[in-house]
Design a protein around this ligand. Sequence first.
Ligand code: FES
Length: 563
Amino acid sequence: MAHKYAQLAFTETVRAMQQEQNSRAGYARMDQGEDHNFLLSNVEAGFIAERDSFYMASVSETHWPYVQHRGGPKGFLKVLDASTIGFADYKGNRQYVSAGNFRNNDRVALIFVDYPNKRRLKLMGRISLVAEDDWQTLASLEDDNYRAKVERGFIIKVEAFDWNCPQHITPRYSESELESLIVPLNNELAELKAQLKEKLKAQSESQVRDQQKTSTSQVSAQSDYPQISGEGELPLVISSIRQLTPRIRAIEFKHANGDALPPFEAGAHLAIPVVLNDGKLTHRHYSICSNPNRSNSYEIAVLNEFIEPDKRNELKEENLELVEQSGSATIHQHFTLGLRLDCSLPGNYFPLERSTAPVVLIAGGIGITPIKAMALTLISQQREFSLHYCGRSIDEMAFSDRLTRQIGDKLTLYAADEGNKLNVKKLLSTAVRGANFYFCGPKKLIDQILSTAQELGIAKSRLNFERFASNQDVTAQPFTLKLNRSQKQITVSAQESILDAVLTQGIDVPYSCKTGACRSCVVTVVKGDVIHKDECLTETDKSNKLMCLCVSRAAQDILELEL
Ligand code: FES
């Protein structure tokens, strides 16, 4: 016998098993030479000194092995000499299974594991209790930095040990081991954070300098714009502004006092007070595009009117100026966070009928605003619908990504620059039977849908639409207006509506939408022909000589009204 561990562990039965399993030959060398592996070298001593735990098996008189995990401060198991190790037994363990076993059988087997480095040492020995009056040995087992009370001490006389293979040891790290690994990373992180902080500070100082330059150059333009405008009963403040596309900006309003906002239904609009560059207060209607189920804010989306450079020459100078001073341009230029607008309560000339009929929604460009609110309402009502949204390009189609997420395959996008154009005839002719149509967009799209619907025999009652308010009719001509009740004669310029011209003269006439949708401004024509541009009068109304002051115009030089 040579290897002391093999001598103790490789019993006759174990050797027979090794023989059966063909591993005996591999261990044969352990039986040769002089006895070894019973005296601890510096390698084993150092290894044991680094451990803060070990497993120890004892043998009971029932012959059942009992394995105990023992832990303590690192090095709490002391190597006293090459064949002696010992440890203090601290107060706390009240079962005394191991200690009791030692009284009948002094054999113990220990395993020490170094998890991070995947090493383990097995050791067998005979254990004995240190006598209570052996103060010297007890003192050598104590740990100076561990204040728990020592109840007794044990000495183990090493009989054999063996290093085991690293197989199946999962690396694990104690808190202090992790800390030592993390310290260099933390130092590096701290250094990088400091560098980042310096960079951000420099960047922020540079941005502040740039903003100061910009605001200094803009102050003359913006400081003139009133911080409160409008005379409505609903005080709103701008709480958020988001750039949806290069030309479309979403503006969110909240109640100035933090109150809940009055409810609105899909298709509703806000009349936004706008102070034009010439100082005149006017109102522009914008559909509320936020979810009607939300009562804490309203959101509108405003397209910045922009004249393509190659189209600028086609406009007369005064018309170009008028378009560039339009409400939307003013909003884009002057509306900032915190601006207060006293608005009227939301109105609605484009309501979604309450029914269970399926719905086909069609939007062109910025016409998506009322249609989006309708789609969200139809989702909450779990109604059958589809939304067809066309635009010049996906990048210019506001809310296209959000709608894709919200309504999924109910949405079809038509981007003209991808050659994907809406086939109105195909859509209308293949729509679900009995569907109602709601559409909003540019004049060309609305007219095309209306004429196609007429061609297909779709009842007008199923067609619901809203046109954009026209900022300017560039083909408009000036004319003279005779008012037979107030006995006034006024000139209506090419750039203003009859309604605005009449209001400027101090004549009080009712109005609301200013888009030819609500009938509020209808008057009777006494003499002259009219170019009707409204969407609310019937053919009978027109033959009864009614007209809308807000959008319609004279067909000749003089028009006489019952006003
Ligand atoms: S103001 Fe509404 S139709 Fe003229």
